[in-house]
Ligand binder design. Structure first.
Ligand code: ADP
Ligand code: MG
Length: 618
């Protein structure tokens, strides 16, 4: 056999294997072309997940009619700078492969008109063969129709999945591209159904929320961060707004959607102590860095990139997310979810037969004694942003008022609380009014009713406090009256023993005790009377699970979280009003206090409007 050059249509078809793997990859090329053409409006229509039809209409600069044939030729592009420097490319495309590749495996209709021509021009190519061309009525811009994709390549067609999964992939492509450009209006239609229609000029948070979940807008923070030559901005959900899969985590590098494992790892690191291990936040992050620090040419069709310094990028993402989440303070996903509201509403259908008093407990708990730091904070509780009355006095006034007459008798003037109480509800989380089920604190704020999960909230506070104490080197330990012996298997004991010094630095003093036990002599003072045995076992499990995989800082956070859990006010513990208020005030000034270590909210609020709804008043 002699060597010969491949004919053009065969070359294109081979290239098409790379560029046009499935409808979504063809769509990606077409939408990128529309973006590169400076369009401000892009409309996309799909039929059967793009398998039967893809249409992209834009209002961009268009292609001069005399260049349209060239645009359909291989390696013909208008996008490579004069210098031919690939590094200097600022457009999404530059290889000049997409149109000829798509045209070699489908029937492609290209119509375009530039601003200065009187009419549009149309060319039709069917599976690599020129079919016809001529004048076409058209406003300024470009319209490309791709029909019967792979119909002449049965082998390829067979590999396509259902129209539904092809549609999902197409939707994902459009979603990602639409996120990068809130300045462009996008619309998507599938089988005649309008999927979305987004206006140009939206801010990024709104655009991202519109593409993922409308409620994200109120449950996310914005990220803005700069380090050296790198810049990161974007939108990230509050830890209380999470999903079972990491399927809504988007990364963009220099304006291009990319898929990189680095993102998943960085996000996990940033949220690790704010979310349960099987829950995932929602986010879209836009990274900008010098072109010389990233290779976007690894696999453009798949969105793969390579960073010169991946570690620096990772640390930027983790740092930026952490810092932004720190600033979110005690915020949590609000309001209480719809279903819960529904339940409240149901119970109002049948009026209660007798009015029951909320069980408000007067009994003083032992919390203050068991928790040294907690107690010492009480007198100097942080001042609220708006009002500054002495907490203790106010509380005792309220306390007596509330207990003496929790519900005023009918017919009398119906204010159960002293009138000056209204201004004290200026605290963001309000003033404690009582406790229910010995588990939830009920507080009244200016704008509604606040319910706090005392265990979840306290666990978070202990953890943040511990973290601060450790950072400032102010850890004290509390000796146990009798050392506690914790029995565990030998491997766990070995692992534990290796970390002994680190634990000592955190106030937990232990000693190996024979083959299969650890002796505990002292525990971190701020944990109070913690459950020593359970805590040691949990710590050992943490070490076994994470020792290999996490950064030092992350391991440390895990350990603090585990300790905090064992030092927290349990559900079922009765609290005094003063203790409840101290907890609320500390939550207000503690970062991340809006969620527990597993990403559940620590508090919810029922606004006055919601309450009115429950009673059918609005
Ligand atoms: P590339 O985008 O890499 O240049 P393509 O094959 O995707 O290669 O497109 C070839 C050329 O056709 C582009 O360089 C551009 O000049 C022109 N073109 C394609 N689509 C459009 C469009 N929607 N609007 C204006 N010009 C377009
Ligand atoms: Mg292109």
């Amino acid at each position: 056999m002699s060597i010969r050059r491949l004919p053009e249509d065969v070359i294109n078809r081979i290239a098409a294997g790379e560029v046009v793997e499935r409808p979504a990859s063809a769509l990606k090329e077409l939408v990128e072309n529309a973006i590169d053409a400076q369009s401000t409006r892009i409309a996309i229509r799909l039929i059967k997940g793009g398998l039967d039809g893809i249409e992209v209409i834009d209002n961009g600069i268009g292609i001069p009619s005399q260049e349209m044939r060239l645009a359909l030729e291989r390696h013909a592009t208008s996008k490579l700078p004069e210098s031919d420097a690939i590094e200097a490319v600022t457009t999404l495309g530059f290889r000049g492969e997409a149109l000829p590749s798509i045209a070699s495996v489908a029937r492609l209709t290209l119509e375009s008109r530039t601003a200065d021509s009187d009419s549009g021009w149309q060319i039709i190519i069917d599976n690599g063969h020129f079919e016809k061309e001529g004048i076409a009525p058209l406003p300024k811009g470009t319209r490309i129709k791709v029909e019967a994709l792979f119909s002449r390549i049965p082998a390829r067609r067979k590999f396509m999945r259902s129209a539904k999964s092809e549609y999902m992939a197409c939707h994902d492509v459009v979603r990602r591209l639409a996120m990068t450009r809130p300045d462009i209006a996008f619309s998507l239609e599938h089988d005649g159904r309008r999927i979305f229609s987004l206006n140009a000029g939206e801010n990024r948070q709104r655009r991202v929320a519109a593409l993922i979940d409308r409620t994200l807008k109120d449950n996310s923070i914005t990220v803005e961060y700069q380090r050296d030559q790198m810049q990161l901005e974007g939108v990230a959900s509050l830890p209380t707004f999470h999903r079972g899969l990491p399927d809504h985590q988007y990364l963009f590098v220099n304006g291009r959607p990319v898929k990189d494992r680095l993102l998943i790892g960085s996000v996990r690191a940033a949220y690790h102590d704010l979310l349960a291990k099987d829950r995932h936040p929602v986010l879209a992050l836009f990274l900008t860095l010098p072109n010389s620090d990233v290779d976007i040419n690894v696999h453009p069709a798949k969105g793969e990139v390579r960073f010169r310094e991946a570690q620096a990028v990772r640390s930027l993402i983790v740092g930026a997310l952490r810092e932004s989440l720190d600033l979110s303070g005690f915020r949590t996903a609000q309001p209480a979810d719809i279903q819960t509201m529904g339940k409240w509403q149901k119970s109002s259908d049948s009026p209660p037969s007798s009015v029951k008093n909320t069980p408000i407990h007067e009994e003083k708990s032992s919390l203050a004694d068991s928790n040294i730091l907690f107690k010492s904070r009480l007198p100097e509780a942080p001042r609220p942003p708006l009002s500054g009355k002495n907490l203790k006095n106010t509380n005792s006034d309220l306390w007596s008022a509330a207990t003496k007459s929790p519900l005023p008798p009918m017919g009398r003037n119906s204010t159960p609380y002293p009138s000056e109480s209204s201004q004290q509800t200026d605290f963001p989380l309000g003033l404690a009014r009582g406790q229910i089920a010995a588990t939830y604190i009920i507080a009244e704020s200016k704008d509604g009713l606040v319910i706090v999960d005392q265990h979840a909230a306290h666990e978070r506070l202990v953890m943040e406090r511990m973290r601060r104490a450790l950072e400032n080197g102010q850890v004290t330990s509390q000796r146990l009256l009798m050392p506690d012996v914790v029995e565990m298997d030998e491997v766990s004991c070995d692992l534990f023993e290796q970390r002994q010094d680190e634990f000592t630095a955190m106030g937990l003093e232990t000693e190996r005790f024979g083959h299969e036990a650890i002796l505990v002599r002292a525990t971190p003072a701020m944990l109070g009377n913690c459950e020593v045995k359970a805590m040691i076992k949990d710590l050992a499990a943490e070490i076994a699970a994470y020792d290999q995989s996490l950064l030092l800082k992350e391991k440390f956070d895990h350990i603090v979280a585990t300790m905090a859990c064992h030092g927290s006010v349990r559900a079922g513990r009765l609290l005094s009003i003063a203790e409840m208020n101290a907890l609320l005030r500390e939550m207000e000034i503690t970062p991340h206090s809006g969620q527990c270590n597993h990403g559940r909210p620590t508090w919810v609020k029922l606004g006055h409007k919601d309450i009115e709804k429950l009673f059918g008043r609005s």
